[in-house]
Write a protein that binds this ligand. Structure first.
Ligand SMILES: [Zn+2]
Length: 454
């Protein structure tokens, strides 16, 4: 379908585009629209369903309950996206973004030492030692937009925008110190910085949650409903509180994504990540497959049995709302960082979840030239980044351990045809500070005294 002239999407959005061009003129790195022959430009829309698994997806597709994902599967290719341990979201989402394993990309856990103080803080871009694909794309003159991707704070400087995983409420901010206690410092919650104020009205505040929104996903009985309404903080593995705060995160990120796609031209590479599928799996799996949990009283009409399906149906609807806002010839990718399965032990707050991560995530790709109905088999996560580069027409780096998935390359292209460069290096942004802590000055003085810096 590439090579078409004006598409209905562009014509319908012409007025928006004029506004968008003005709004984004300041951060587009000087590449004008005239230099970008629109029709020939491959565009990618990547939608992350954290911890989504075929084990839940397939029966819902078969029952006609995930119409948007079902259409993508039918018209595109699908497979299992396989994660390597440790199966932790910050680690594996960074593997997907960089194309490198954790030992090389540097995000090896939820918590890592603050470079300044050595104190454990949330894994952040200051710990990341490899370029994410949005920086590679940006450096190659492609526009990018990223919303809610794990470990993207402080925001990378790109041609386009980054809304980090800390603009919306992030439950890990309550569980692990983020290390940005310096009140005067730029917050880097978004790039560009001023986007933070523009998006603020779309962020749902935890204290302003409509309980009905959460109850539509998790129809709690009276006691848990009360716990959910009253929860001021998420308690690890405590269903009423974590589902509430995960709703806040995802509903905010979805609102940001919709607003950004409504007010700007679609970036060449757009990505948004939702986490409710992970959270629901962790704390409701004993309701989903009660027979796998010794001691679980499996009521035949347990309303919470529908919570995991409710969440998947919501993400399917949101996926449809994203697709309504992008060009129909975009390459659409829905993927998960890992899967989820029964832990076979009843959950207990702070102690253990009901559902646990499994290595097998989902991968669905629909786009020009992607063979309909193709089974991609098992795809290693390190293959995603080179595949994205290949599809965008950007050189693949020869130091990347993964290979582009040939079936997903533009029609007529083989892996051997792809241009390559030696490396994208560490892909550090000028705007990302080297350290996060207010103690940075003291740290620098120490380094200076030791002769490490001038
Ligand atoms: Zn998880």
């Amino acid at each position: 379908m590439r090579g078409r002239g004006i598409r209905p999407w562009v014509a319908g959005a012409a007025a928006t585009l004029v506004v968008a061009a003005l709004v984004t003129a300041g951060c587009r790195g000087g590449t004008s629209e005239a230099e970008r022959p629109d029709a020939a430009r491959p565009r990618i829309v990547l939608i992350g369903w954290d911890a989504a698994t075929w084990h839940v997806v397939q029966p819902l597709i078969d029952a006609g309950q995930l119409p948007n994902l079902a259409r993508l599967v039918e018209d595109g290719a699908h497979g299992v996206l396989r994660a390597e341990p440790p199966l932790l979201s910050p680690v594996v989402w960074t593997t997907i973004a960089t194309g490198f394993p954790p030992a090389e990309h540097g995000i090896t856990g939820f918590e890592l030492p603050d470079p300044a103080t050595g104190k454990p803080i949330l894994a952040s871009t200051v710990h990341r030692r490899r370029a994410p694909v949005w920086r590679m794309a940006s450096a190659a003159g492609r526009s990018v937009g990223v919303v809610g991707w794990w470990s993207t704070w402080p925001a990378d400087e790109v041609d386009g925008f980054v809304v980090t995983d800390h603009l919306a409420y992030n439950r890990f901010d309550d569980w692990i110190d983020r290390g940005d206690a310096d009140p005067g410092a730029p917050r880097h919650l978004t790039f560009p910085e001023e986007l933070t104020e523009e998006l603020r009205p779309f962020a749902i505040r935890p204290e302003a949650v409509d309980p009905e929104d959460v109850l539509r996903l998790a129809p709690f009985g009276a006691r848990e409903r009360e716990e959910m309404v009253r929860a001021e903080k998420p308690v690890l593995f405590h269903a009423p509180s974590v589902i509430k705060f995960a709703w806040v995160t995802d509903a905010s990120n979805h609102a940001f994504a919709r607003h950004l796609l409504d007010t700007r031209e679609q970036p060449d590479l757009f990505a948004v990540v939702y986490v409710l599928s992970d959270v629901a799996g962790h704390v409701f799996w004993h309701h989903y497959e009660p027979e796998l949990f010794p001691g679980m009283q499996a009521a035949a009409d347990d309303p919470l049995a529908e919570t995991i399906p409710n969440v998947y149906r919501l993400l399917d609807r949101w996926t449809g709302e994203i697709l309504d806002r992008v060009s129909p010839d975009s390459t659409v990718i829905v993927l998960s960082d890992h899967g989820m399965g029964a832990k076979r032990v009843l959950p207990k707050p702070w102690v253990n979840p009901a559902g646990d991560h499994t290595p097998e995530g989902i991968l669905v790709v629909r786009g020009p030239g992607v063979p309909a109905g193709a089974d991609l088999g098992v795809v290693p996560q390190v293959d995603v980044a080179p595949t994205l580069l290949g599809r965008l027409g950007i050189p693949v780096a020869r130091d990347m351990p993964g290979r582009p998935v040939e079936l997903l390359l533009p029609p007529g292209t083989t892996v051997a045809d792809l241009p390559s460069v030696p490396s994208y290096g560490d892909g550090r942004s000028a705007t990302v500070p080297d350290a996060l802590s207010p103690a940075r000055q003291e740290y620098e003085e120490r380094l200076r005294s030791l002769g490490y810096i001038q």
